[in-house]
Design a binder for this molecule. Structure first.
Ligand code: ASP
Ligand code: MG
Length: 441
């Protein structure tokens, strides 16, 4: 069985919901995971913010506006009064329950309940629309099977068992609709898998039912070999390995949520990224297979700060790196690139909130220099060290560009360069030309 996930914009209007319904009714049995309609989760966050501040007028304002929008969606979605009425009752109860919090204590627990309502609404709307169209579709409540453990990690054994129970209730159904994002935690309370978590839901469900494929449908046009699209020529990347996808996730390749990779990778289930605006396009497939000897993508991330600490005390000393790294850890600042020599270490960070404190602490151990306005350029593909040639090609492409750091060998799939932001466009173009042979001669 396949698992298909549709994001917020893919169910963002009555028309888009109808498009999704058409896409999923191809006669194949499947599980369909839906996000909330786009903008809804943000509105629910806004409502929660007002409720925390005990501003019930502010909250009611947003609630009323949201409810109005949903009434409009219902008017456009259904052809019959029966289904419009039926869905209207579900939504009225949901809005009623959100409103009730304006008169009640509001804490983190209530916020989680409020945030869960977007997915509850979108799934009810779509399942009722499918049923109105005569499709044998049923709603599988995520809150009955999606669960995290005491470490807030998904409890896959529980999910597998309880999801099977839910599916077994409707052996003849063609389409199982369920909510992305929402779950219960180890204490049975309503919780969620973090913002953007619907991809994660799809991946967990895929692993739980041993799906043949997990499809992530968005309206972003696939993944390109030089995302972000600053270079002239782009071509779609058809296949990525899970590790290559994970490398790219840091660079804001927003197509696949980073958490989504793990369950699918371990269960060895391919994830296919597809485009709702161009449903017949093959998309990008992410799996455990590596295309040997191929460079897949070049990506960039700006706003990077490089920090160098140089100390003769580092020479032949042990424990120096630990002391340096501990300083970053104590300020909850993650390090992205690291390069070391015998007498110095350079690191890159993208969060400079505690830069001043970090520098002050580092100065206890050596001379510190900082370079701001830098950019990481990362080349992703089969970069197994035994392969020859790619490092040279990448270096050669950057021969006219000042390079502050190079990181190679951290994984089998990446070479990263730290350069000035001002050189980003030139570097991406040069790498693209050299590695993808776009403008030879
Ligand atoms: N609706 C949730 C969000 O906006 C989850 C998702 O769309 O993936 O974050
Ligand atoms: Mg090599």
């Amino acid at each position: 069985m396949k698992v298909l996930k549709f994001g917020g914009t893919s169910v963002g209007s009555a028309q888009r919901m109808k498009d999704v319904a058409r896409l999923v009714t191809d006669g194949e049995k499947k599980i369909v995971v839906l996000s909330a309609m786009s903008g809804t989760t943000n509105s629910l966050v806004e409502i929660s913010d007002y409720l925390y501040k005990k501003n019930s007028d502010g909250a009611n304002d947003v609630i009323n506006r949201l409810e109005q929008k949903y009434k409009q969606h219902l008017a456009e979605l259904y052809a019959t009064d029966e289904y419009r009425q039926k869905t209207q009752e579900v939504l009225a109860a949901i809005f009623g329950s959100i409103r009730a919090y304006t008169k009640d204590l509001f804490t983190l627990f209530e916020e989680k309940v409020v945030l869960a309502q977007g997915e509850l609404m979108s799934t009810n709307m779509v399942v009722n629309y499918l049923q109105e169209q005569g499709v044998n579709a049923v709603l599988i409540p995520a809150l009955e099977y999606m669960r995290t453990d005491k470490n807030a990690e998904p409890d896959l054994a529980y999910i597998r068992e309880k999801l099977a129970v839910q599916l077994a209730k409707y052996p003849d159904a063609d389409i199982y609709i369920t909510q992305g994002f929402i779950c219960r935690n180890a204490y049975g309370e309503i919780d969620n898998l973090q913002r953007g978590g619907s991809d994660y839901t799809a991946s967990l469900i895929g692993a739980a039912v041993d799906a043949t494929e997990i499809q992530i449908w968005t309206d972003i046009d696939g993944m390109h070999d030089n995302d972000p699209r600053i270079v002239d020529h782009t071509s779609p990347v058809r296949h990525l390995n899970f590790d290559e996808a994970a490398e790219l996730a840091y660079f804001g390749a927003k197509i696949l949520h980073p958490t989504c990779v793990q369950p699918a990778k371990y269960a060895n289930i391919p994830v296919r990224l597809l485009n709702t605006m161009d449903p017949s396009a093959p998309g990008t497939i992410i799996s455990n297979d590596t295309e040997h000897g191929k460079i897949k993508a070049v990506a960039a991330k700006e706003n990077i700060t490089a920090i160098k600490i140089k100390s003769s005390r580092m020479l032949l000393a042990h424990g120096f790196l630990r002391k340096v790294f501990e300083i970053f850890e104590s300020y909850q600042t993650s390090i992205d690139m690291v390069c070391t020599s015998e007498v110095g270490v350079s690191m890159s960070i993208d969060n400079t909130k505690h830069l001043t404190e970090i520098i002050a602490d580092l100065k206890k151990y050596g001379t510190v220099t900082v370079d701001e306005g830098m950019c990481i350029i990362c080349v992703v593909g089969d970069l197994t060290w035994e392969n020859i040639g790619f490092e040279t090609l990448a270096m050669d492409a950057l021969k006219d560009i000042p390079v502050r750091m190079v990181s190679y060998g951290g994984s089998n799939y990446n070479i990263s360069f730290l350069i000035r932001e001002a050189d980003k466009k030139r570097a991406l173009q040069a790498l693209s030309d050299t590695l993808f042979n776009k403008k030879k001669g």
